[in-house]
Unconditional design. Structure first.
Lengths: 196, 479
């Protein structure tokens, strides 16, 4: 994928971040993403992201599990090998409820997690560009995509006036690639370690 | 609008005036520091126990389960007792992470990560017992239903033992997925502040390339909520199905309809006790008193006294029904084999009563609920009691069956049965020591999420909000 140019604004308080997101959007800039150390509720709405449909996928996986269990067990016990168990009915639905339930849950959970990883492009050995090492610690990092017309100096000043504690410009890959993290910067390298 | 308000009357969940960075520092510190001598000693003991267990299992496979003292009528002994005991312990983690999430119990954030880890390790230990109890363990795959060249010979889908195979394996898988998906953002935190290449590389692999993108967080929230919704009935179903292993039989003492709720309550009871034992140690060793507070410990003690009392009511109901049914066999099992102190196994019944029903009543007193030593002592007592419960149910119902000529000699375990049990302790604590050293034992991102609502430093500043007029308050803070 091609590299793109981004302007980065870092905020240290979510209370400052919200109005800043609003201001940046009103000014017509395209927010590439906001990287946060934890789930900030309402930020997705503020950024104008649509709701996720992951739960709908979960429902579909769940009923797939239900159908798989019921169809397999009923085929096995009524068609393939009808066992006479104390003269009881071959189609013993109540006795199949536990396994049907377990498979419903299993299919839904496994399917949803795999879908989640696929949608977010998460997997072992996957590497993505990190705009700021502290975005998983205590900074809320707003990344704005530049166009040909974007004046980066103006934009940085605009972000600072909106409360950003740090701004910079980066040219970066926006997708993922297979790679390792051991060549990355280590901002905490000089830190002294106290034994626990 | 995003600055939520919480009454100052509620106890803070995070003590001290901390900011986000300090939360990261506090929780990641044990991972980045060298392990202490105490950690090495504990880990060494755990590995020794594990190796002894491996040897016991090696003998079990080589010589067969005849090396256990199971006999004509006591076909289930220590093995299934231990299986049910470990599965029961494995219920607290998912209960804390799923049910308490749905009930919006804020205090779960401090303890859910370690409790979920404990669940996974406990279920791993539980799974060993039915597997090695098969004897010819190389045929274990026979329990899986797949088209095969043996007929095809299918498994019996109407059997509770097969339901158990599905229930336990589903429970393990879902708990593992739930736990690991919650760990991704925290692994990313550890990765991004790592200062050695090896650590950066390993946590880089473990974090799956997590960045903290808003869209990813949105999906992550949705995933956690649905997994919690799925795990809630799942956790109740698992011990229900374990109780079906007994309740659907026609053995006096097992053939009762109250087994499912009674087993589920017992499972939560023992699971919370194990969480308490581990939490009391973790908060001390890793200096996490600010995150696992007395409030957390008190909340768990309340669950213990509630579920312990439910279990107590179940014991009394069984005794009552043993008399009220006027069934000779039921009466004999409950009133002679169990409740009569001088019957061969009377000691285990009264041990169970003392540990599970009487002693937890101490937690009606607030002072006791908030006492670390009492809590730790009681958590061990409860787990001993719950082991007795499973032993009582299994052995006292089996050692004297309908035919007096086959009444067995007194069942007591061989060293290899004990060794197997000790081995699962080794497995559990080996895993737990590794977890405590290499994983964030508290969910960092979740603590940060509740920090500004429930952190002590932030609560102190809510005076201003509380002083506002009702109208301003509703306008500014309610949503």
């Amino acid at each position: 994928m091609a590299k793109k140019k981004f302007v980065i604004g870092c905020f240290d308080d979510e209370a400052v971040l919200f109005p800043a997101v609003k201001k940046v959007r009103t000014a017509g800039y395209k927010i590439h993403d906001v990287y946060t150390p934890f789930a900030v509720h309402g930020l997705d709405h503020a950024m104008g992201l649509r709701e996720t449909s992951l739960h709908t996928a979960g429902f579909i996986y769940g009923i797939t599990g239900t159908t798989t269990a019921l169809s397999c067990i009923s085929w096995i016990f009524t068609k393939d090998w009808p066992l006479n168990i104390g003269g009881k009915p071959h189609f013993a639905l109540p006795a199949w409820i536990p396994i049907t339930f377990e498979l419903t849950v299993l299919f839904a959970a496994v399917g949803m997690v795999l879908t989640f990883c696929y949608l977010c492009q998460l997997a072992p050995f996957v590497k993505k560009h990190h705009f700021h090492a502290r975005s998983t610690d205590d900074l809320f990092v707003m990344v704005i995509e530049c166009t040909d017309k974007t004046n980066t100096d103006d934009l940085q000043a605009f972000l600072t006036s909106g409360g950003a504690v740090e701004t910079n410009v980066q040219v970066a890959e926006e997708g993922w690639w297979l790679g390792r993290y051991d060549q990355d910067e280590m901002p905490f390298q000089t830190k002294e370690i106290v034994a626990a | 609008m995003h600055l939520k308000y919480e009454s100052q009357l509620r106890e803070p969940l995070v003590y001290g005036d901390k900011n986000y960075h300090q939360v990261t520092e506090d929780i990641v510190r044990p991972i980045e520091a060298k392990p202490t001598r105490l950690w090495y000693i504990g880990f060494y003991i755990a590995v020794c126990l594990l190796l002894f267990g491996v040897y016991a299992i090696y003998r079990d496979v080589t010589y067969g389960i005849g090396q256990w003292n199971l006999n004509k009528t006591v076909g289930w002994g220590w093995d299934i007792t231990n299986f049910v005991w470990w599965v029961g312990i494995g219920h607290a983690g998912t209960l804390i992470s799923a049910i308490l999430l749905l009930f919006r119990q804020g205090w779960r954030t401090g303890v859910n990560r370690a409790a979920e880890a404990m669940t996974i390790f406990a279920v791993m230990c539980a799974g060993q017992f039915p597997i090695w109890h098969m004897g010819r363990v190389w045929m274990a795959f026979f329990v899986l239903p797949y088209p095969n060249s043996r007929g095809p010979l299918w498994v019996n889908f109407n059997s509770p033992l097969l339901w158990d195979v599905f229930a336990i394996s589903t429970y393990f898988t879902v708990s593992l997925l739930f736990w690991y998906s919650g760990l991704l953002p925290d692994f990313a935190t550890v990765r991004d502040r790592a200062f050695t290449k090896l650590r950066k590389r390993l946590y880089g692999v473990a974090a799956f390339g997590w960045t903290g993108s808003t869209k990813h967080w949105q999906r992550h929230e949705s995933l956690s909520l649905v997994l919690a919704g799925l795990s809630t009935p799942l956790v109740l179903s698992v011990h229900t199905i374990v109780s079906f292993d007994f309740a659907t039989s026609v053995i006096p003492g097992w053939h009762t309809t109250i087994f499912p709720p009674y087993f589920v309550a017992g499972a939560i009871f023992s699971g919370f006790a194990m969480v308490q034992s581990l939490m009391v140690i973790i908060r001390k060793v890793f200096a996490m008193e600010d995150y696992i507070t007395m409030g957390h410990i008190e909340a768990m003690n309340k669950v213990i006294v509630l579920t312990g009392s439910i279990v107590g009511v179940a014991y009394l109901t069984e005794l009552f029904m043993g008399w009220y049914s006027q069934n000779k066999y039921e009466g004999y099992t409950f009133w002679y084999s169990r409740a009569y102190l001088f019957s061969p196994y009377g000691w285990s019944y009264w041990g169970m009563m003392a540990c599970n029903v009487l002693s937890p009543q101490i937690f009606w007193f607030r002072k006791m609920r908030r006492n670390i030593f009492v809590t730790f002592f009681m958590s061990v007592i409860v787990n001993i009691g719950m082991w007795f419960e499973r032993f009582v149910i299994i052995v006292t119902s089996l050692y004297r069956d309908y035919l007096p000529s086959s009444w067995s000699v007194y069942y007591s375990p061989t060293i290899w049965e004990i060794g197997f049990y000790a081995g699962t302790f080794g497995l559990f604590f080996t895993c737990f020591f590794l977890f405590a050293k290499y994983f964030p034992v508290i969910a960092i991102a979740e603590i940060k999420y509740v920090l500004k609502t429930t952190g002590e430093g932030y609560k102190g500043r809510m005076d201003k909000i509380e002083g506002e007029s009702l109208e301003t308050f509703v306008h500014d803070h309610a949503h």
